[in-house]
Write a protein that binds this ligand. Sequence first.
Ligand code: ADP
Ligand code: MG
Length: 147
Amino acid sequence: MPTFSLPLPDEAATERLGASLARRLRPGDVVALEGDLGAGKTTLARAILRAAAGDPKLIVPSPTFTLVEVYDTPKGNFWHFDLYRLEAPEQVFELGWEEARADGVVLVEWPERLGSLLPKSRLRVALSVGEKERQATLVGEERLVNG
Ligand code: ADP
Ligand code: MG
């Protein structure tokens, strides 16, 4: 599977990655945003959403409590899930998971909460905070990783 790593030294680097992903994503794509608390998952989701919306000031709250937020953009609907508080994988259906999959692009923080419901076909973006720098590692199909 194509893999690509890049450093994210500052939020501007995360914004550039978000913009480049927003250009490549199409309805039906699932982006699994992996990483610990504070790794930068919401920051990257925000960058993707702002680029897709063409609005650098778009307000993108962390969906920690609502678990999901939907954005209507010129590139179709984008669904932003934060599944940290999901109690069981099946609970995702109550959040509109199937509708989201059929409707647009799906961005998921804490994708591991989905267990076996996690789509096999997805772009994985693993975010990490090292001692010296933050980094993103993308794993997925060529079109999304090296597009
Ligand atoms: P998560 O959603 O993974 O818990 P957040 O996106 O909320 O993480 O980010 C946590 C903190 O890290 C925020 O204060 C954010 O501004 C900061 N941050 C995120 N990405 C970067 C980056 N590339 N460089 C520096 N700080 C960052
Ligand atoms: Mg978050």
